[in-house]
Unconditional design. Sequence first.
Length: 416
Amino acid sequence: MKLVYFTHSLQSCWNHGNAHFLRGVLRELMALGHEVVAYEPQDAWSLLNLMKDHGEVGLECFGDAYPELRSQIVSDEAAVERAAAGAEVVIVHEWNEPALVAQLGRLRAQGGRFTLLFHDTHHRAVSEPEAMRAYDLSAYDGVLAFGETLSEVYRGWGWADRVWTWHEAADIRLFHPPAGDGERQGAVWIGNWGDGERTEELERFLFRPAQDAGLSLDIYGVRYPEPALATLARYGVRYHGWLANPKVPGVFAQHQLTVHVPRRFYVEHLPGIPTIRVFEALACGVPLLSAPWSDSEELFRPGQDFLFARNGAEMTRHMRAIVEDPELRAALVASGLETVRARHTCAHRARELLQVIARLRTDPPPTARERDPGGVEGASAHAQAGGRGKAAGSAFAAPSVSFADSSPASGGASPP
């Protein structure tokens, strides 16, 4: 099978957490024998910022860690049409321009023989629904949403059983415990400051508890304005700037614990969606603590895989316990590793994607003529055609499929 993925950027993970997951999934699909090609725009915001801050050196880590992965540039409509030619599956990430999303829909509606999927890994469907209505998905075969609550939004827009919950996961070829356990000191947090979505929470669940517990705290990430840097300095935090994602396992291995502080919008409006850092931290065997969020999909075993803290004082107590209690550390690490390896690897997600594709091949969606052409809201035609009201959700009930009759691989080729 030939799969084409249109991403914001495969090369850059600067404020682009979806790149972590995408790299891992594409590599797993290639390992299963599929031909995979990634395309990205020439002026991707993430890549431009990476190059501005670090130049060509900033790309070396990606090339070293993923030698089998390469992306190609699409600069105009003709290039997009050539990219889709010969593909059996085309997936388009939501961090692409509406014009590209619409063009691929037109190609599908005009007889394109590929399965066309939209991949949403952000909260804009809830926080900026008007912006999402600029995307014409009327000819798309389905939607991949990175959490069940986001899938419910699309079902409310009429996608019914044509939306699948496809969580992010850990690339355990890269994210795994170190071969030897060396000295570990203090706490680490890897994340971007962003737009003030968790400023108060960071102070309450990370900066102050680490200080009260007497732990050193290292922070990596981008988009820290001067007021944020002043706050870090006030708490004695060591700020290191951007960290290439392939280097994250080595940084985790130097620290006694890490903390998950979710963005407020996910806690209040899209519960059940953790950032990819949760999967990656557990895969690396670093003890994980978390500020409150609702694990409504039961992705993990809170209290076994990691510890929740209901407030700053409890976070301080948890930090001290992890530092002082080797049995607690070992139990958390073992349990977290077990959960990730059993349920949340990029290999799992690659197989889930193949099940979605298999279902779409055996139960094709309505033709373009039967669909309501009106953008995201126009997806209501999916529910109206055929009367299928029950959502596929995250069950992935379709059997695994072999694409033995497809062309074998010939090599080839969202923010925490």
